[in-house]
Design a binder for this molecule. Structure first.
Ligand SMILES: [Ca+2]
Ligand SMILES: [Ca+2]
Length: 80
C-alpha cells in the first residue's frame, strides 16, 4: 500500500462525488483518447494516485488505465 493510495483514500473520504457517473469521454476534454495530468485535475485523488495507475508510464491514462482508477475509487457499495 503506497502513500499514493493513502492519499487516494483520504481524497475519497472527503468527497461524495459519484464516481460511477464519470465518463472517460467527459474527462478527455481534448478527445485525444488519453486523460492527461491536466485533465485529471477534475477527478478527486487521481493526480495523487497517478503513478499507480499510469501502468505504461507514458504520462497519460488510456481508457483502461482510467477505468481502473474509477473502479478503485468508486465507493465499494455496489451489490453490498
Ligand atoms: Ca486528452
Ligand atoms: Ca498510460
Amino acid at each position: 500500500m503506497s502513500k499514493e493510495y493513502l492519499a487516494l483514500l483520504a481524497a475519497m473520504a472527503l468527497t461524495s462525488l459519484a464516481f460511477a457517473d464519470i465518463e472517460f469521454a467527459d474527462v478527455d476534454a481534448d478527445k485525444d483518447g488519453f486523460v492527461s495530468v491536466e485533465e485529471s485535475a477534475a477527478i478527486p485523488g487521481l493526480k495523487e494516485a497517478w503513478t499507480d495507475f499510469d501502468e505504461d508510464a507514458d504520462g497519460q491514462l488510456n481508457e483502461e488505465e482510467f477505468t481502473n482508477y474509477i473502479d478503485v475509487a468508486e465507493p465499494a457499495d455496489r451489490g453490498g
